[in-house]
Design a protein around this ligand. Sequence first.
Ligand code: UD1
Ligand code: UDP
Length: 365
Amino acid sequence: MRILSIFGTRPEAIKMAPVVKELQKHSSLIESVVCTTGQHRQMLDQVLSLFEIEPQIDLNLMESNQTLDYLTARAMEGLTKVIIDIKPDIILVQGDTTTAMIASLAGFYQKIAIGHVEAGLRTYNKYSPFPEEINRRLISALATYNFAPTKTAVNALLAEGFKENNIFLTGNTVIDALLLTVKKKCKLDFDFLGSGRKLILVTAHRRENFGKPFLEMCTALKKIAERNDDVDIVYPVHLNPNVRIAVDQILPNTERIHLVEPMEYRKFVHLMNRSYIILTDSGGIQEEAPALGKPVLVMRNDTERPEAVEYGTAKLVGTEMQTIVNETETLLNDENEYTKMSNAVNPFGNGDAAEKIVKVILAKS
Ligand code: UD1
Ligand code: UDP
């Protein structure tokens, strides 16, 4: 049986790495082929080298400041050729990126079964996150095997009329990757870590936040640093130029704000583990931080990952400047609030999601 795993961005690579490794363990039954679109370049390569994955095919598509339509068209053309050439029995995609959506559509056109890792996440808000909410709904329509990370995701798919026997509750492979990575030793060479100050870790990159919301978020970070001399803010800045416009306008040369390049996953995980609070609009970090017992303030108005909010480890704070400042300072100054949010909970799986996914695939062979 030939399985073609297709991914293109940092989070897809992190979440597909455990699956690729698990597929490789069954090489007598499964021929595993990895294709990356190269939708991301540097941020993808960091993950590939950490997990020692060498894709057989790399379409190397990324261009600076690429638009959705242009990337979509090029991915469709490139992936169709790959799929026709490889003739897989199943194509695996992950999440809700352009790569995942186009790989699913290209596979469907060739009548190849699609397995969707992290199926069933929903906000039911078409434009938030944009374009991911619609990408993942399209993938659900195209997929044969839906690997849902949580009960909530399973229920969403059932409510939309997808057949129960094509939905598999597996947990999220991000927990597999996290547990593997947190075990590995890692040296963090930041001077400020020895200062005794509280570490706030920040990431942000959502398209719907470009422009004013990003400026508000950055202004909030500046205020937090200026008003609280007992914190350090570390912000690995996403390489998307639209993110950098806002960051470069507001944050350079602010005392105790450390702007750094995207961090290698292992370092980032260890830094999460050292942090006091995490501020983010990222999807994956909403899953990782609760597992590490770190309070997450989610700078978005809605989330497709309600579980961490329900468990109390994550809170939606939107993108308005004053709310972000107030919510962060509450956590910094109110020990009860902090303790309530810092319980380690893990609604996203036990670290065996990849094993469960591959078991389903093996049963189909
Ligand atoms: C993409 C995904 C988003 C995912 C995010 C993870 C889509 C539509 N968006 O958003 O769902 O949450 O990745 O980070 O699929 N860039 C680099 N080097 C890199 C990566 C990006 O320079 O390694 C720059 C390039 O200028 C590129 C731009 O960022 O054109 C945007 O990359 P793109 O993948 O289109 O969008 P993201 O915002 O990264
Ligand atoms: N991450 C990383 N280095 C960083 C920032 C994030 O390795 O500097 C990891 C993070 O731990 C998580 C993933 O990247 O697993 C999240 O990716 P991103 O926020 O780009 O995308 P999203 O999850 O929102 O799709």
